[in-house]
Design a protein around this ligand. Structure first.
Ligand code: PLP
Length: 443
């Protein structure tokens, strides 16, 4: 998430004392006065959002944007998907339980039954489902703990440019220096390995990892687990090849190192299949899932655990908000609607992905002097700018022209297009046209 400062934001340095409370006509006054300087997205996209439908969001004045940010991957089915909202409305009207710790509830049972029927069983997955506290980083922490417990080893091996969350364990496995510096303590327990292509296309990073693991004098201990994003979202839309993922999985198996796939952002269909690794034909030990599993942006996080690895003791990993009942209802409705016809939905995502990719490549080709390139998989595609300042201008101009699109990458140099999987072609085209105009206008 890039740190974009909006003009007139008094705490843009993070060091300015809070502005004293005073009557103000600035509709943002309450935010500027009271919200912590840690706020981020709202600096680049400072509207006061009020309503949304599908791929469009509106602010309180009625101004509209096409949304290619998509709740950072939490809104794969768009804003307020009608069937999900209907299921939630019915549930609320019925007096359905809203908080249930990890008690058995009707909402949780329905979620598990549908998840099993449309996702796990068709993919031959026996995995158990652990409900963690509700945000992605909670699931990552749980997966790391479980891997350590299973193997008796302490280390986690993560990848350059990886992003796994902001709590201390997950942050230790996150590459970004700016985020890491926020920890305030030494971040331990994780070692970074080079991701696919990190040293260029000709260096086989799996061979490097093998050497590090097998050389008794490398100084690198075998880890409990390797955690990987098949496409690194925050790290700049870096795509691991299927062959690289297969080799990584085989290497982990050979050394009895657990493989954790972090599908929090690239999962839930964003890559083109429900789990992002499906085409690679690998079989991860643990999978962390969050963001869009909540159906319409509601918080829910899961660790999927192979039965042989389900070594938790009762309540050993605890939490008050394990399983948000409304998110169960929303998730069940969204999964049933979209994934019951797996082939049909995958085909619909593929058509949109091809359209998006083609439009981005056309933008890059229209400006041969600017050194753009395009990379991504499925409906997470990036326009990579050699000049990060240019990427910042593109995002800002796009916002002014009616498109919300963020940046990613070590220098925030990648303009990251992440529309809903369900976006209508007209909106996809309209968003891409705004982007094309913005690139031209951004100079
Ligand atoms: N893992 C990945 C791949 C992510 O993209 C994110 C968030 O962007 C997280 C973990 C952390 O999720 P959360 O922000 O919900 O804690």
């Amino acid at each position: 998430m890039p740190l974009v400062l909006a003009a007139g934001d008094p705490s843009s340095s993070g060091m300015t004392p809070p502005v004293a409370a005073s009557p103000s006509t600035d509709p943002r006054a309450a935010f500027l006065r009271r919200e912590s300087a840690v706020r981020g997205y709202c600096r680049g996209f400072p509207a006061i959002f009020a309503t949304a439908q599908g791929s469009r969001v509106r602010d309180e004045t009625g101004r509209e944007w096409i949304d290619f940010l998509c709740g950072a991957g939490s809104l794969n089915y768009g804003h307020n998907p009608p069937r999900v909202i209907a299921a939630l409305t019915d549930y609320l009207a019925s007096g359905g339980i809203l908080h249930g710790l990890d008690l058995h509830t009707v909402a949780k049972r329905r979620f598990l039954e549908i998840f099993e029927r449309v996702i796990l069983a068709p993919r031959g997955m026996e995995h158990r489902v652990q409900f963690t506290n509700p945000t992605g980083t909670n699931a990552v922490e749980a997966a790391f703990k479980l891997a350590r417990k299973i193997t008796g080893r302490a280390g986690i091996h993560a990848f350059t440019n990886g992003y796994h969350g902001m709590t201390l364990g997950a942050l230790a496995a996150t590459g970004n220096k700016y985020n890491r510096a926020g920890a305030g303590v030494a971040l331990g327990g994780a070692t970074f390995l080079p991701f696919d292509g990190y040293f260029g296309a000709n260096l086989d990073t799996i061979a490097m990892i093998r050497k590090l693991w097998e050389d008794p004098s490398s100084g690198v201990d075998l880890p409990a687990a390797v955690v990987v994003e098949t496409v690194q979202g925050e790290g700049g839309i870096n795509v691991a090849s299927w062959a690289w993922l297969k080799s990584l999985a085989a290497l982990c198996r050979e050394h009895q190192v657990l493989l954790i796939v972090d599908d929090i952002q690239i999962g839930n269909g964003r890559s083109g299949t429900f789990f992002s690794y499906e085409t690679a034909g690998i079989d991860p030990d643990l999978i962390v899932v969050s963001k869009s599993i909540g159906g319409c942006g509601l918080p829910l996080a899961l660790v999927l655990i192979k039965p042989v690895h389900d070594r938790w003791k009762p309540a050993e990993h605890n939490g008050t908000f394990r399983g948000n009942q409304l998110a169960f209802v929303a998730a069940a409705a969204a999964l049933e609607q979209h994934w019951s016809d797996r082939a049909g939905f995958e085909a619909a995502i593929a058509q949109r992905s091809q359209r998006l990719r083609g439009r981005l490549e056309a933008i890059a080709a229209a400006h041969p002097d600017r050194g753009f390139s395009v990379r991504g998989r499925g409906l997470m595609q990036g326009l990579v700018s050699a000049d990060p300042e240019r990427a910042a201008r593109i995002s800002a101009v796009a916002y002014d022209r009616g498109l919300i699109i963020e940046r990613a990458g070590p220098h925030d140099e990648v303009v990251k297009a992440m529309p809903p999987l369900t976006i209508a072609f007209d909106d996809l085209d309209a968003g891409c046209s705004i982007l094309a105009e913005s690139v031209a206008a951004a100079g």
